[in-house]
Ligand binder design. Structure first.
Ligand code: GRF
Length: 208
């Protein structure tokens, strides 16, 4: 019987890695057929690296300088080298706090995925849950999307909604959004792993 090898994902993160943990849990539960090729972080003591080590995945700090808020120049080259070395099909941004630039966007065109804590195109950028609350929105959520050169602008793969309650604080709202992120990210990656996501310009089509 012919079996297809699982998709190899490289996960890039700068923080606590709760979305990476959700991906690991989904793999273990048999809900997500991907292989974690490596976890890379631009923050040497990020919890995401520790989670990866505990799970037995290659985990590496990468010096992302010379820039602070974007991945460009020598730092981008160092990341690209590692992605090649580990054999990466899809790059998964799980709380990676830098804008990607041309080198990565071209090499992995249509193969970079991000999760964002709002219903894009509403509230791009930082602390989107706070933006939604301050605006007085009644519903927010999370979005899994392909990455392009813009800030949180790429084609949307999947979204989940979260109602905003009268009693919400930024913290309580962020917590409920993250619960939905932990469902949405593995689901979206499984759609990609099954070859069910097709890119048509700015839109994606999901095959049933
Ligand atoms: C998530 O809320 C995600 O939407 C944003 O960064 C956060 C990462 O959280 N892009 P974690 O490190 O996965 O816990």
């Amino acid at each position: 019987m012919k079996t297809t090898p699982p998709l190899s994902i490289a996960v890039l993160g700068s923080g606590k890695g709760s979305n990476f943990q959700a991906i690991l849990d989904a793999i273990r539960a048999g809900r997500l057929n991907v292989r974690v090729a490596c976890v890379l972080s631009d923050v040497s003591d990020a919890l995401i690296l520790e989670r990866a080590r505990q799970a037995g995945s290659p985990a590496e700090f990468v010096d992302a300088s010379p820039f602070k808020t974007k991945l460009d120049g020598a730092g981008e080259q160092r990341v690209l080298d590692r992605l090649r070395r580990h054999g990466t099909d899809v790059v998964v941004l799980a709380g990676f706090m830098r804008m990607l630039k041309q080198g990565l966007l071209t090499t992995f065109a249509g193969r970079i995925v991000n999760i964002h804590p709002s219903l894009l195109p509403a509230f791009p950028g930082m602390e989107s849950w706070k933006q939604a609350l301050d605006y007085g929105a009644k519903v927010t959520g999370c979005t899994v999307h392909f990455v392009d050169a813009g800030m949180d602008t790429g084609p949307i793969i999947l979204q989940k909604t979260v109602p905003i309650l009268e009693s919400d604080t930024p913290e309580s709202l962020h917590h409920r959004i993250q619960e939905q992120e932990h469902l949405a990210f593995p689901e979206a990656l499984q759609l990609i792993a099954e070859g069910r996501v097709r890119l048509e310009g700015r839109h994606t089509r999901i095959r049933p």
